[in-house]
Design a protein around this ligand. Structure first.
Ligand code: ZN
Length: 257
């Protein structure tokens, strides 16, 4: 069983709660779909934990922004990216600083993994989409507004593709249709004859109006959506005194949006 996490966004409380939840289960390894940093108050601590615990970590658009440059970011997100870069740069330990930059610089954009069965299609993991792995958003509304976009995305993988990026968990099927975790009673039964594009949601900044951290367990026959409560008030207390981080980046955690 694999745990798939995404969009931690420098939220240590949420990440620690999710790692504790994972540790209590029979998980072989953790795949992180990116955006370890950006928005939140503890980027260095999160980089360190993810480096230790995830066996694969992909490049998200916020990781890219801190490493290279922000692309299409709003004012608040850009300020957060520059503040995050400064936190890494002003780390007192040379060893930590170079380890974090090296880790960020080596992140893959796309990961493909077989499931051990020779006849089964490999599973694809990206931050955004199978077409533009770092930056493309796949929204539930695309089912109604942009069916051809979805078809173009489904054409780019053979069976299952896991994504993050929108912070909205759920399952897209080729019909096209979108199912929220609630609609699926938190379990998607894997159908060998149908493709599915699965958004694992966000650990550190959920946006589906559920303020609990989100991740999934990928079992041979099913994908299980997990929600983990964490102390978001403690995170808000850390965001408010940092002028470069908009207060809203704290308050939105309370509402999960
Ligand atoms: Zn994100």
């Amino acid at each position: 069983m694999l745990a798939i996490i995404s969009d931690i966004h420098a939220n240590m409380e949420a990440l620690q709660a999710v790692l504790d939840d994972i540790a209590a289960r029979d998980v072989e390894s953790i795949v992180c779909l990116g955006d370890v940093i950006g928005y939140g108050p503890e980027p260095c601590e999160c980089l360190e934990l993810i480096r230790k615990h995830a066996s694969v970590t992909l490049l998200g658009n916020h990781d890219f922004a801190v490493l290279y440059e922000p692309e299409n970011f709003n004012v608040g997100a850009e300020a957060a990216a520059f503040w995050t870069r400064q936190q890494i740069e002003t780390e007192s330990s040379d060893a930590n600083r170079s380890a974090w930059w090296e880790f960020l610089g080596a992140l893959e954009m796309r990961h493909v993994k077989g499931n051990g069965q020779a006849d089964a299609s490999p599973t694809v993991f990206v931050h955004g989409s199978p077409r533009r792995p770092v930056n493309e958003y796949i929204f539930p509304d695309d089912v109604y507004n942009n069916a051809s976009k979805l078809q173009g995305l489904f054409d780019r993988f053979d069976h299952l593709c896991f994504v993050g990026h929108t912070h909205v968990p759920g399952v897209f099927v080729e019909t096209p249709d979108f199912y929220t975790p609630e609609e699926l009673e938190y379990v998607y039964e894997i159908d060998p004859n149908h493709k599915a594009l699965i958004n694992v949601g966000s650990v550190g900044q959920p946006r589906d109006r559920d303020n609990r951290a989100s991740y999934v367990l990928y079992e041979p026959d099913a994908v299980r959506f997990i929600r983990v409560p964490y102390d978001y008030e403690a995170v808000i207390e850390k965001v408010l005194p940092i002028p470069e981080l908009d207060d809203y980046l704290g308050f939105r955690l309370r509402e999960g949006r």
